[in-house]
Ligand binder design. Structure first.
Ligand code: GAP
Length: 429
C-alpha cells in the first residue's frame, strides 16, 4: 500500500487535499494522471452500461435535493453509526471496533456511553440559517434517480425492465478513516437503479451480480483478487432485501468494491408517501399498475481506481535492474502513447517526434518527452502505465520508420511513420 500511495503522489495520480495546510482528513485530489484515469474509468463504465445496453438510460441529477428526499429515503433516521468517545484522547470510535476490554483502541482510555451519529453532511440553503433552510450533501446518488423515475419513463417512453445510470459525487461524514482513498468523505459513485416487475427481482439481482463481477475482470482485475460476499440479514441496509458485495483483495484485506442490492419497492413507495405523487408504473400491454422493484449495482469510482492501481502494479528484474510498471488495461491508461526522440540535439529528429505526437493527440492522450535518457524515459512511462512508447532515432530520418515498444511484452516493432496511428488504434481497441 505504501508503494501505491508513494507512486500516486510522485507521479501525479492522487494528492492529499489541501496539503499545504496540513491536509484535510479523508479528502483527496486527483492530479493530472489521476484525472485522466478517472475519466477513462467513468467512460468505460458508461460505455458498458449505457451505450452498449439497450435497457439503460443515463442521468445527471443535482447533488443538493429537497430535504424531504432524505426523510423519505430513511437517511435522516437510519444512516447512522453508533459511536463512543475516549475520555482521555477524545477520539471517537465505531462501537464495532471496540474490543472486549471496552477501552480506547488508541490510548487505552475510558470510553463514554454510546451515541448515534448521522453520516450525512448538513448544509444551509439561502441567506437565512434556520431549520427550514437545512438540506444535505447527498450520501448516495441513487435518490436523484428515484425522484426522476417517472420523468425518465415518460420522456423516453421506457418500458420495464429498464435502468437509469448515474455517476456523481456523494458525501459522508465518515468516522473511520484511513486506507488512502478507500473511505473518503467526498467520493464518486457509479450507480444503476434497475426497475423490474415484482417477482422477477431475484432473477435480475443474480444477473446484475454476475454482470458487475465480470465487468471488473473484463478491465483486467485478476479473478483471484475478487470475490462475491452475500450480506447476512443483520448487515443489510434499511432499504435492502438482499445484497451481495463484490470484494477486492486490497493490501489491507478483502473489502467492498461494489454492492449489488435488491432495494425492493422501498424507495419509490416512500417517495409516494411523502410527496403525495403517484410513482406507479402502468403496463399498457397487460393493463397492470404496480410499483416496480429495484436492483441496484452501486460501485465507487475511488475504490475502483485504487483496486485497478493495486492490481496492475508490477515489480520485476530486467537486466539486473528493478522495473516497476503498471500493467493497467489500455482503455484505462492515463496516457496511451509517449513519443521519445533518441537524440534531442538533432532538430530533424525532434521535429519528426513532435509531428507524430501532434497527430496522435487528435485521437487520444499522447505526450512528447525528451527530458532524460531513453532508458529513464521508458522507466517513467512504464511506471505510469503508458501502453506504447514510440522512439524516433537517426534511422527514422532515412527509412521513415519508428520503433513502437509494448509496455507489457517490451517487444519492439519497426513501423512506418504513416502507419503508427492506424497500428495504435488497432492495438488500443
Ligand atoms: N446507493 C447504495 C449505496 O450507496 P453503499 O454500499 O453505501 O451503497 C456503494 O455504497 C459504493 O460506494 C461502495 O461499494 C463503495 O464503492 C462506495 N463508497 C461508499 N462509501 C464510500 C466512502 N466513504 N469512500 C469511498 N467510496 C465509498
Amino acid at each position: 500500500m505504501e508503494k501505491i500511495v508513494s507512486l500516486c503522489k510522485r507521479r501525479g495520480f492522487i494528492f492529499q487535499s489541501s496539503e499545504i495546510y496540513g491536509g484535510l482528513a479523508s479528502t483527496w485530489d486527483y492530479g493530472p494522471l489521476g484525472a485522466e484515469l478517472k475519466r477513462n474509468l467513468k467512460e468505460a463504465w458508461w460505455r458498458s452500461n449505457v451505450f452498449e445496453r439497450d435497457d439503460v438510460e443515463g442521468l445527471d441529477a443535482s447533488i443538493l435535493m429537497h430535504p424531504s428526499v432524505w426523510i423519505a429515503s430513511g437517511h435522516v433516521s437510519n444512516f447512522e453509526d453508533t459511536l463512543v468517545e475516549c475520555k482521555s484522547c477524545n477520539k471517537r470510535h465505531k462501537i464495532e471496533s471496540i474490543g472486549k476490554d471496552k477501552k480506547c483502541p488508541l490510548c487505552g482510555g475510558e470510553l463514554t456511553g454510546a451515541h448515534q451519529f448521522n453520516l450525512m453532511l448538513k448544509t444551509n440553503l439561502g441567506p437565512v440559517k434556520s431549520d427550514l433552510s437545512v438540506t444535505y450533501m447527498r450520501p448516495e446518488t441513487a435518490q436523484g434517480i428515484f425522484v426522476n423515475f417517472v420523468n425518465v419513463v415518460n420522456s423516453m417512453r421506457r418500458k420495464i425492465p429498464f435502468g437509469i445510470a448515474q455517476i456523481g459525487k456523494s458525501f459522508r461524514n465518515e468516522v473511520t478513516t484511513g486506507n488512502f482513498t478507500f473511505r473518503s468523505r467526498e467520493f464518486e459513485q457509479m450507480e444503476i437503479e434497475f426497475f423490474v416487475k415484482p417477482g422477477t427481482d431475484e432473477e435480475w439481482y443474480h444477473k446484475w451480480v454476475d454482470e458487475r463481477f465480470n465487468w471488473y475482470t473484463k478491465f483486467g482485475i485478476k479473478k483471484e483478487n475478487l470475490k462475491k460476499r452475500e450480506h447476512a440479514k443483520d448487515e443489510l441496509a434499511h432499504y435492502a432485501k438482499a445484497c451481495t458485495d463484490i470484494e477486492y483483495n486490497f493490501p489491507f484485506g478483502w473489502s467492498e468494491l461494489e454492492g449489488i442490492a435488491n432495494r425492493t419497492d422501498f424507495d419509490l413507495k416512500q417517495h409516494m408517501k411523502l410527496s403525495g405523487q403517484n410513482l406507479e408504473y402502468y403496463d399498457d400491454e397487460t393493463k397492470e399498475r404496480y410499483v416496480p422493484y429495484v436492483i441496484e449495482p452501486s460501485g465507487g469510482i475511488d475504490r475502483s481506481i485504487l483496486a485497478f492501481l493495486v492490481d496492475s502494479y508490477r515489480e520485476e528484474k530486467v537486466k539486473d535492474q528493478k522495473r516497476v510498471s503498471l500493467a493497467i488495461h489500455k482503455a484505462l491508461a492515463p496516457i496511451k502513447a509517449a513519443v521519445l526522440p533518441l537524440l534531442r540535439n538533432r532538430p530533424e529528429i525532434v521535429k519528426l517526434a513532435k509531428d507524430i505526437t501532434n497527430d496522435l493527440k487528435k485521437s487520444f492522450k499522447a505526450m512528447y518527452d525528451d527530458t532524460a535518457s531513453i532508458g529513464r524515459l521508458y522507466r517513467r512511462q512504464d511506471e505510469i502505465g503508458t501502453p506504447y512508447c514510440i522512439t524516433v532515432d537517426v534511422d527514422s530520418l532515412s527509412d521513415n520508420k519508428v520503433t513502437v515498444r509494448d509496455r507489457d511484452t517490451m517487444i519492439q516493432d519497426r513501423i512506418a511513420v504513416g502507419m503508427v496511428k492506424e497500428f495504435l488504434a488497432e492495438k488500443l481497441k
